[in-house]
Design a protein around this ligand. Structure first.
Ligand SMILES: [Zn+2]
Length: 308
């Protein structure tokens, strides 16, 4: 497999308050893991700045301007009870979008089989008209729509294994059967959505997990709900909302996965990408707040992407 990695130093400059779990050190920890020889073949690319117009694929212009106006000259501004912006947050957010869209360009033009994007801020809680849960713009949703608009891709699947439900992605595609949204997440947990009964236009597949469960239930949710949904949908592109906060060490949730569970899930999704999508797979970092748990899990995930 040809695997690319997009990241950028600007992601370190999106700042959050002291003690906030979504912090620049997350990417520093991942960078350390990726220094290992095992990742020598990874094609490392500097993330480009995104095109502002692509934000409108998932959010109204009024929302874009509202977020822009909150960016402070100095210090931090709170845009939601747990979401803040700093002077460089706009550039970071736009570069997160740029990387996600460039990853789509790479897999659809054949430059890479799959791509991992190590960016901040994350995106899956951002609804059409609302920043929340550390997220400003929905990177995965924008990338999915970019694939459809720029390349005529008809069916995109987003698989979200972050431990929190991706309410934003669900909101954006609620009435859009051209995008399949599948999520495993702890329930009950923030943000509160993600019940099995939430099915949108038949394109939303939620597989909630009880607190204090682990590998067995996670893999069962994949085998009985997520993977059969991918098989029925036959996506031409798969995007992973790759949060690693279902790891047993994570301080924000009570699901007990290990690195090998993310390796396993990556392999299963790659099988479907191979069957339906000429391997095309884009994976975007979402959550994951224990530095060791997140970085080792993301490392296992990327290693699987490279090895096939
Ligand atoms: Zn999360």
């Amino acid at each position: 497999m040809v695997t690319r990695l997009y990241t950028h130093p600007i992601y370190f400059e999106h700042l959050t308050p002291a003690g906030h779990p979504e912090r620049p050190d997350r990417l520093r920890a991942l960078g350390k893991v990726l220094e290992d020889d095992a990742f020598d073949r990874l094609e490392r690319v500097l993330a480009p700045m995104g095109d502002e117009a692509t934000i409108l694929y998932a959010h109204p212009g009024s929302y874009l301007e509202r977020v822009r106006r909150t960016i402070p000259q100095e210090g931090l501004t709170r845009v939601d009870s747990d979401t803040t912006v700093s002077p460089k947050s706009w550039e970071a957010a736009l570069t997160a979008i740029g990387a996600a869209n460039a990853a789509v360009d790479d897999v659809l033009s054949g430059r890479a089989d799959n791509v991992f994007v190590a960016s901040r801020p994350p995106g899956h809680h951002a609804e059409r008209d609302r920043a929340m849960g550390f997220c400003l713009f929905n990177n995965a949703a924008i990338a999915a729509r970019h694939a459809q608009k720029a390349y005529g891709v008809e069916r995109v699947a987003i698989v979200d294994w972050d431990v929190h439900h991706g309410n934003g992605t669900q909101d954006i595609f609620w009435e859009d059967p051209s995008v399949l949204y599948c999520s495993t997440h702890q329930m009950p947990l923030y943000p509160g959505s993600g019940a099995k009964s939430e099915t949108g236009a038949g394109n939303i597949v939620n597989a909630p997990l009880d607190p204090d469960t682990g590998s067995e239930h996670f893999r069962e949710a994949f085998n009985t709900r997520i993977l059969p949904s991918l098989d029925a949908f036959k996506p031409e592109l798969i995007i992973i909302s790759a949060g690693f906060d279902a790891h047993h060490r994570d301080p924000l949730a009570e699901i007990n996965l290990h690195e090998d569970d993310f390796d396993w899930a990556t392999g299963k999704i790659m099988e479907r990408a191979g069957s339906f999508a000429s391997n095309r797979l884009v994976s975007l970092l979402e959550g994951g707040y224990d530095l060791k748990g997140m970085s080792l899990s993301a490392g296992a995930h990327i290693k699987r992407l490279m090895e096939g």
